[in-house]
Design a binder for this molecule. Structure first.
Ligand SMILES: NC(=O)c1ccc[n+]([C@@H]2O[C@H](COP(=O)([O-])OP(=O)(O)OC[C@H]3O[C@@H](n4cnc5c(N)ncnc54)[C@H](O)[C@@H]3O)[C@@H](O)[C@H]2O)c1
Length: 392
């Protein structure tokens, strides 16, 4: 159980790029970072429109002189201050991620970056190299992975409760983009522009979420090869609004060689909210988790009645209970999941400053790079008529 005790000696001085007023994701970054006093918001280049960004920053109690017109000015000015920022979060459209992340690392800052981390594996590898060279942390906000029952699934698989893993059936297939929403919604518009969104929409915007969740559940998961078919159902879109992927996995301690993963990434699943579900099927039992009901997980052992595991319950593995903030029976949600990740980012950053590296997981720069490689391989397969593509 977590009672809000401090996790880092001093709150980390923190700035934001993007996440301005009206953005979809800015508020949850602030809420997650500020909830446990691990970070202190002291600066920002919050908006593509500098005046709007300044007004908004001031409304967040950021000092007017630290509400900057752009990230370059922010990094340069903050570096001159004895109390300058130590970390920055990037919550802009995708096309800015690589450039800002690179500049932040070069400026010696820790980074929390939105997904997808960048556009190409070459860029991702560049960020990995730079983060290692500068000894800085890059966290990537695969926010759903901070839910406590993901930790439970990880432990159950590790302890062999499911047997050998054979099949993973997963989806993130939301509705709402079944019509040309980008004509009226600016946040939808950039998502179909390859210059701003990158080489994919559905795969990168939502498919990478369940991908990281299964990597968190099975840290030894390795893709052997994959095939992907994708298309835009709504006319005039440059990027796909729907994709299907099948993957074969390599064998490992808990995964049967040739285990198969099916992934549906979509934005046109009419009537659905998220449809973000993951079913992991082992040789003895299966697990199923749905992000719209994150406090419960279905556990089905062959030959026994189905069970519903509840977040916060005493029968869970310890690792699934340390981040319980309110006790079982009460609902926790995405805000708490993100707070759990931001707390781990903070500890990783404080550790890195001391030159020590704790034994805990969080979506890091390599997880971000893995998402980029997966998108690249899916696009390659789809462009060759859904051909099987080797992963390595
Ligand atoms: N992790 C998640 O679950 C999740 C969920 C939604 C979005 N996202 C990601 O978050 C990012 C932002 O998405 P969104 O939906 O909030 O977008 P949005 O269009 O709603 O907001 C983008 C914000 O960035 C600002 N901005 C744009 N260019 C900028 C620049 N050069 N400098 C400073 N600010 C700039 C805009 O003014 C706006 O405030 C995307 O990469 C998206 O993939 C992640």
């Amino acid at each position: 159980m977590y009672y809000g005790e401090k996790r880092v000696e001093e709150p980390i001085r923190w700035g934001m790029v993007g996440g301005g007023k009206g953005s979809q994701i800015g508020y949850i970054h602030r809420s997650a970072a500020l909830r446990d006093n691990n970070f202190q918001l002291v600066a920002g280049a919050f908006d593509i429109d500098p005046a709007r960004g300044k007004t908004f920053g001031e409304s967040l109690h950021v000092a007017p002189e630290r509400c900057y017109p752009d990230y370059k000015t922010m990094f340069a000015e903050e570096a001159k201050r004895p109390d300058g920022i130590q970390a920055v979060s990037i919550a802009t459209p995708n096309s800015m991620h690589y450039e800002v992340c690179k500049a932040a690392l070069e400026a010696g800052l820790h980074v929390v970056c939105e997904k997808p981390l960048c556009f190409t594996s070459a860029e991702a590898n560049d960020l990995i190299r730079l983060a290692e060279e500068k000894k800085r942390v890059v966290g990537v906000t695969y926010g759903y992975s901070g839910h406590q029952l993901i930790q439970q699934a990880r432990q159950m698989i590790k302890h062999g409760d499911l047997g050998e893993i054979r099949i993973i059936n997963m989806s993130f297939a939301f509705g709402g983009y079944n019509v040309k929403i980008e004509e009226t919604n600016p946040a939808a518009k950039w998502r179909f522009d390859p210059k701003k969104a990158g080489p994919s929409f559905a795969l990168g915007d939502v498919g990478t979420h369940p991908l990281f969740i299964i990597e968190a559940m099975m840290p030894d998961l390795q893709i052997d090869n994959l095939m992907c078919t994708k298309r835009a159902f709504v006319e005039g879109r440059e990027l796909e609004d729907n994709a299907f992927v099948i993957m074969n996995l390599k064998g490992s301690e808990h995964i049967q060689a040739g285990a198969q993963v099916y992934c549906w990434a979509s934005s046109i699943n009419s009537g659905a909210r998220h449809y973000h579900k993951i079913r992991v099927v082992g040789s003895k039992a299966s697990l199923e988790w749905d992000d719209e009901r994150p406090n419960q997980m279905l556990y089905e052992v062959e030959g026994e009645p189905s069970r519903v595991l509840e977040r916060g319950a005493g029968y869970l593995y310890d690792e699934a209970r340390v981040e319980d903030r309110i006790g079982g029976g009460h609902a926790e949600g995405l805000f708490e999941a993100w707070s759990n990740l931001y707390a781990r980012f903070a500890v990783a950053m404080a550790d890195a400053d001391k030159g020590v590296y704790g034994d805990f997981w969080y979506p890091d720069v390599k997880a971000g790079a893995q998402g980029i490689k997966w998108i690249e391989k899916c696009v390659e397969s789809a462009e060759h008529g859904a051909a099987w593509v080797d992963y390595d």
